[in-house]
Ligand binder design. Structure first.
Ligand SMILES: [Mg+2]
Length: 258
């Protein structure tokens, strides 16, 4: 573990479950600060804004800085900042997180003659939104998805995630989206660009094998799978995706680091 000089850290299932911190969470951040270890918190969740994440950490007694948080929504903004022509118009499906990031990147949110269609998770999804997205993409707009998670767990069971919306629009248009979030490498690459060391000194920590760990494989970064989230030991054993390291959780990581 000591070969790694910086971390990319997933949040849900690694640091907390819902609003409850997982064991070792506060100690882990105390270690990162005491050793001056650089990190970026990288999440596929595209609905929350930066301030909402800052508040959540503050509520758990952990101080993080704005440049230490990167969501798939922020990733869409960063990507378009780099690739879109100035004043490009975007039709957006999504929540405040994505809206804020597109505004900050200088893009114009619009309903007609758009250059891009960006799709993030929203519970307010309607058929009309899907129809508009389909019409814009058929007219030549570039199709971008924040994250491809097809489902996520709720109290009542698995419900459709953003990947399900992307799949529906892809089916209607015959066009596959460019995806920014994990397991595509773009979000991890953007995160490493914020950090002082390169990929070879970076460890990506996550709980979801098909996004966090596959994303690390795709970005050529070492990975640590923790068992505090959505991946069971049986599933990890059966999977063809192999993390570089596997540990029960943060307390065991801290033992190895210190
Ligand atoms: Mg997770």
């Amino acid at each position: 573990m000591k070969q790694y000089k910086q971390f990319l850290i997933d949040m849900d299932g690694v640091l907390w479950t819902g609003n409850t911190p997982l064991p070792g969470m506060q100690d882990f951040f105390a270690y990162l600060r005491a050793t001056d270890t650089p990190f970026v918190l990288v999440t596929n969740n595209a609905s929350k804004t930066l301030d909402q994440y800052m508040e959540k950490f503050a509520m758990m007694g952990v101080k993080v800085h704005p440049h230490e948080v990167l969501s798939a929504a922020m990733g869409v903004g960063l990507y378009l900042e780099r690739h879109a022509a100035p004043n490009s118009k975007v039709y957006m499906i999504g929540e405040d997180g994505l809206r804020e990031s597109l505004n900050e990147a200088g893009l114009i949110l619009a309903d007609s003659n758009v250059d891009y269609v960006t799709v993030g998770y929203t519970q307010r999804l309607t058929w009309e939104m899907m129809a508009q997205a389909t019409l814009h993409i058929n007219a030549g707009a570039t199709f971008i998805g924040s994250n491809p998670d097809v489902s996520f767990p709720e109290e009542r069971g698995l419900v459709p995630g953003n990947g399900a919306t992307l799949a529906a629009i892809a089916a209607a248009t015959g066009v596959e989206p460019t995806i920014i979030g994990k397991p595509e490498p773009i979000l991890y690459q953007q995160a490493v660009e914020r950090l002082p060391f390169d990929m070879s000194h970076t460890l990506a920590i996550g709980d979801r094998i098909e996004t966090d760990i596959l994303g690390a494989v795709n970005a050529n970064i070492a990975s640590l799978l923790v068992m505090t989230g959505v991946t069971s030991e049986a599933k990890a054993k059966k999977s063809t995706i192999k993390p570089t390291h596997t540990l029960p959780g943060l307390p065991e990581l801290l033992d190895l680091l210190s």
